[in-house]
Write a protein that binds this ligand. Structure first.
Ligand code: NI
Length: 255
């Protein structure tokens, strides 16, 4: 089955798991229906790599930011560095930023601080944010309510109630491979609930590979499997899900 309008709003093509065949892989995207990819940084170095990719491939866009798990990479001038990175022509968002209490609860205070600072910077430059929230739903929601950025909560793992709050703020919900996992109850409920104009598709490649490819490396070419599951939940077809999420991505990221 050939699809079109595949827009992956969250991938990490700077990851070393792509180093061997990156050029071959990315070059195959247009003929396979991939029209856009946002490759997200998690610190200064990876943001720079993604910006370089975005300059090489017309369908790749970059997001620059410091992930909550990379607080040890912070230098005193991290905000100045980020300001430079977001001025690149193809940087369309500040991300991936946010809170991760699953792996690093002990760095909570510094995570909160750099998350807020980066949202403020995004607001100042009129850019959307790409938000990571792992086991930090309450703090994430509180900060989003306070600072009101445009943007997306990626790989959304919250409840329908939280999704409703995010949508009320005018933000988008990013859904990826997790909706296809066995025992995925909440993500499927959220997939049913999200208003059509607030849904984004993503991979988090090389991670979060959808069924039936779990255990293998994830790429943007796997998006239709996630779209299939969402289409089933919403009683529509795969191409429709790809079309609306592509349109939403272009609107949010001003592409
Ligand atoms: Ni990610």
């Amino acid at each position: 089955m050939m699809y079109k309008n595949i827009f992956d709003t969250h991938a990490h093509y700077d990851d070393e798991r792509f180093s061997e065949d990156l050029e071959e892989l990315l070059s195959s995207f247009p003929q396979n229906g991939v029209t856009g990819v946002i490759s997200c940084g998690v610190n200064a170095e990876s943001s720079e790599k993604n910006i370089a990719l975005s300059e090489k491939y017309p369908f790749i866009y970059a997001a620059a930011g410091y992930h909550g798990l990379n607080t040890e990479d912070l230098t005193e001038d991290y905000l100045d560095i980020l300001t430079g990175l977001i001025k690149s022509k193809k940087t369309v968002a500040v991300g991936e930023i946010g809170l991760d209490y699953h792996y690093e609860k002990e760095t909570r205070d510094i995570q909160l601080k750099i998350f807020k600072r980066q949202i403020e910077l995004a607001n100042e430059y009129g850019l959307p944010v790409i938000v990571h929230d792992r086991e930090a739903h309450m703090d994430t929601l509180e900060i989003l309510k306070e600072l009101k950025p445009r943007g997306v909560v990626h790989c959304f793992t919250g409840s329908v109630e939280m999704a409703r709050e995010i949508v009320k703020l005018g933000m988008y919900i990013g859904l990826g491979g997790a909706v296809t996992f066995k025992n995925a109850v909440k993500p499927v409920e959220v997939a049913k609930f999200v208003p059509g104009d607030r849904l984004l598709l993503e991979t988090d490649a090389p991670y979060m590979t959808p069924v039936p490819f779990r255990g293998k490396r994830c790429t943007s070419l796997h998006i239709p499997y996630t779209a299939q599951k969402i289409a089933e939940a919403r009683s529509t077809d795969v191409q429709n899900i790809l079309d609306i999420s592509c349109k939403n991505a272009k609107e949010l990221f001003n592409i």
